[in-house]
Design a protein around this ligand. Structure first.
Ligand SMILES: O=C(O)CCC(=O)C(=O)O
Ligand SMILES: [Fe+2]
Length: 266
């Protein structure tokens, strides 16, 4: 993971001419892109202080040729990194299913079918009081494995207060996404988080999002709704993602609102 972080930093340190061809936010067919703030820069109300590299990763071996050619080690190091992080993600999901009392291969049924990968770079910000690196959000997927640099910036919302997640060397931050909240019937809450900037140092992070298949049907695990009532109804992952994209600027908790089962008032 040290090597991967080194390569991510080297990529963002490249002179602009070596990466300018990757700035292309409009063409759906471009499978490796760099953008500033978000992929919807032109239409967003607020811009954020980050650059983001995103490239297709699945199937892993077949997507190598789409990745950055510079730094020259990028493909080899990141290929190995993603394959190892994928295994770690599966192991963590096995442990979560054990902890929740679900069958051991519960997440193998479409919940970890895919993954999505982004590398974030937050340059020093002259006035951190004016903007964020990323706004408050909850990841839309199942879990996210975040590789943090030694520079702090990630904050998590606990009891309505923002707390800094201190970087811990050689460790990943594992964020619960919206889908984990649904599957666990609210036992594991989707983590609301954001990124603050700082004036002195740049910060680089890499997010590995474990993603269900588009057709995966999400609902509270049956084993958890024998005693407790289900809090959410069934929906397709692709359907949720449409809501997520359309309502992205709302409070994270509101995004699950359409899928909540309302208690009847008698
Ligand atoms: O860069 C970070 O610390 C967090 C990134 C993040 O939340 C995301 O990629 O969804
Ligand atoms: Fe996130």
């Amino acid at each position: 993971m040290e090597d991967a972080m080194k390569v991510f930093k080297e990529f963002f340190e490249l002179p602009f001419e070596k990466k300018s061809h990757l700035y292309n936010t409009h063409d759906e067919n471009v499978k490796c892109k760099l953008y500033t703030s978000s992929s919807n820069y032109e239409n967003e109300e607020i811009h954020y202080w980050r650059d983001c590299l995103i490239h297709d990763c699945t199937p892993l071996k077949e997507s190598f040729d789409l990745w950055p050619q510079n730094p020259p080690r990028y493909r080899e190091v990141v290929g190995e990194y993603l394959s190892q992080v994928g295994k770690l993600g599966s192991r963590i999901l096995d442990l979560i299913s054990e902890g929740l009392g679900l069958e051991s291969d519960f997440f193998a049924h479409g919940y970890k079918e895919d993954f999505f990968f982004t590398v974030n770079h937050y340059p020093p910000c002259p006035d951190p009081s004016l903007t964020l690196g990323l706004p408050k959000h909850c990841d839309p997927n199942v879990i996210t494995l975040l590789l943090q640099d030694i520079v702090p910036g990630l904050q998590v919302c606990v009891d309505n207060e923002w707390q800094l997640v201190q970087p811990c060397p050689n460790a990943f931050v594992v964020n619960m996404g919206h889908q984990m909240q649904v599957i666990s019937n609210g036992k594991l809450k989707g983590a609301e988080h954001r990124v603050v900037t700082n004036a002195e140092k740049s910060r680089t992070t890499a997010s590995y999002f474990v993603v269900p298949s588009k057709d995966c049907i999400l609902e509270p695990a049956k084993a958890l709704t024998k005693k407790d009532l289900p809090l959410y109804k069934q929906f397709r992952y692709a359907e949720f993602m449409e809501t997520y994209k359309a309502l992205n600027t709302q409070e994270p908790e509101n995004l699950l609102e359409p899928y909540k089962i309302k208690k009847e008032v008698i």
